[in-house]
Ligand binder design. Structure first.
Ligand code: AVI
Length: 315
C-alpha cells in the first residue's frame, strides 16, 4: 500500500435511530424513512434492482455519462477531489476515474459496512488515488471535514437520489453541497417525469425485487427497534402522484395487526399504509430552478434521446 493513500472509516453511526423510527410509526399516517431501506440486505437488493431491464434510471444515466464524457470532463476538470454521495458499491464513481483522474476520492454513505468492502476492493486497483470512506447520514446534515482536500471539489450525486427527498430537504442538501464545494461543483443525476407505464414497470417490477427491497425495511426496523414486524403481513404498493410529480412507495397491511416493541405498540387496520419512499421526478425547468435556489449560478445539462434522465454539472 502506498504511503499517500489512506483508508479512513469514520465512527459508524453510533447514535440510536429509535426515536426517529418511533416517531414515524406512531404518527397517525405511519411512515419509515427511506434511509432504513439500505441495511446490508437492502443495499444488495437495490444493487440488484439497478440491473433490472425495467429500472431505466441506472442504465440511462450510464449511457449519458458515456456519451458525453468529454464534455463532462471539460466542465468538471481533471485531477480534483471527487466526493461521492451515497456511494454504495462505488461502481458509478469508478466509471469516471479514467476520465476525471481524481487525486482524492471520498466515498460517503449511510451504510458504512457496505462501503468499506467496496473501497478496499477499489484501492488495490487505483493506488494513485487517495481514498477515504465516511459513514454519514447526510440526509440530516452534510459535513465535509477540513481534513478533506479542498482543491477542486466535485460532489458526485448520481442515480437521482436527490429525488428521494421532499423539496425543502432537497434544497437544504443542495445548499450544503454548494457551500462545501468551495468554488467547485456538483455532478448530479436527475430522473425526469415520464409516462406511468414506464414508472410502474420500474417500481413494481415483475421479478418483485422492488417489493422485496421495500418489505425488507420492516426487518431493518426490527433490527433497530426490536419490533416484531412480520414481512408476510404486508404488501408492496406503488402510487404515482401526478400533481406532486413523484412515485410513492408504501407497505399495505394485509390484515388487522399489532406491532410491538419496548414500551410501545401500533395497531394497523387491514389496508392501512406505511409510507416508505418518495421518488420525485423533475422537469428540466424544475431542477434548474431548484439548483438556482440552492445557489448554483450555472448549469450544464445532458440528457438521453427519450428525455428520461438528465446528468447536470452545476456550479
Ligand atoms: C436510490 N433511489 C434513487 C431509488 C429511486 O429510484 O428512487 C430507490 C428505489 N426505490 C425503488 N426502486 C429504487
Amino acid at each position: 500500500m502506498q504511503s499517500t493513500k489512506t483508508l479512513e472509516v469514520s465512527a459508524t453511526l453510533s447514535h440510536s435511530f429509535v426515536p426517529e423510527i418511533e416517531m414515524g410509526l406512531l404518527a397517525q399516517s405511519a411512515s419509515i424513512s427511506p434511509k432504513f431501506l439500505y441495511d446490508p440486505l437492502g443495499s444488495n437488493l437495490f444493487a440488484a434492482i439497478t440491473l433490472l431491464p425495467e429500472y431505466y434510471p441506472t442504465k440511462t444515466e450510464k449511457n449519458i455519462l458515456f456519451e458525453y464524457i468529454d464534455q463532462i470532463v471539460d466542465a468538471v476538470g481533471v485531477g480534483g477531489t471527487l466526493i461521492d454521495l451515497g456511494a454504495g458499491n462505488c461502481l458509478k464513481a469508478e466509471s469516471l476515474f479514467a476520465a476525471l483522474k481524481p487525486c482524492d476520492y471520498i466515498a460517503i454513505d449511510f451504510s458504512a459496512d457496505f462501503l468499506h468492502d467496496a473501497i478496499r476492493n477499489l484501492e488495490t486497483q487505483y493506488p494513485q488515488i487517495r481514498m477515504q470512506c465516511i459513514g454519514m447520514d447526510f440526509s440530516k446534515q452534510l459535513i465535509i471535514s477540513d481534513a478533506v482536500n479542498n482543491v477542486q471539489r466535485t460532489f458526485f450525486y448520481p442515480g437521482s437520489s436527490i429525488g428521494n427527498f421532499i423539496g425543502s430537504q432537497a434544497l437544504k442538501l443542495l445548499r450544503q453541497i454548494k457551500n462545501q464545494a468551495l468554488g467547485g461543483g456538483l455532478l448530479i443525476g436527475v430522473d425526469l417525469m415520464k409516462e406511468d407505464s414506464i414508472l410502474m414497470a420500474a417500481y413494481d417490477d415483475p421479478l418483485k425485487l422492488t417489493s422485496a427491497f421495500n418489505l425488507n425495511i420492516l426487518r431493518s426496523v426490527n433490527a433497530h427497534l426490536g419490533s416484531d414486524f412480520q414481512v408476510n403481513q404486508f404488501r408492496h404498493v406503488v402510487k404515482i402522484n401526478h400533481p406532486l410529480k413523484r412515485v410513492e412507495l408504501y407497505l399495505e397491511a394485509l390484515e388487522d395487526l399489532t406491532v410491538s416493541w419496548l414500551g410501545h405498540s401500533r395497531t394497523f387496520k387491514k389496508g392501512e399504509l406505511i409510507h416508505t419512499e418518495y421518488s420525485h421526478k423533475y422537469t428540466i425547468e424544475s431542477i434548474k430552478e431548484l439548483l438556482e435556489n440552492a445557489g448554483f449560478a450555472s448549469v450544464q445539462i445532458w440528457t438521453d434521446p427519450n428525455d428520461y434522465f438528465a446528468v447536470i454539472y452545476a456550479r
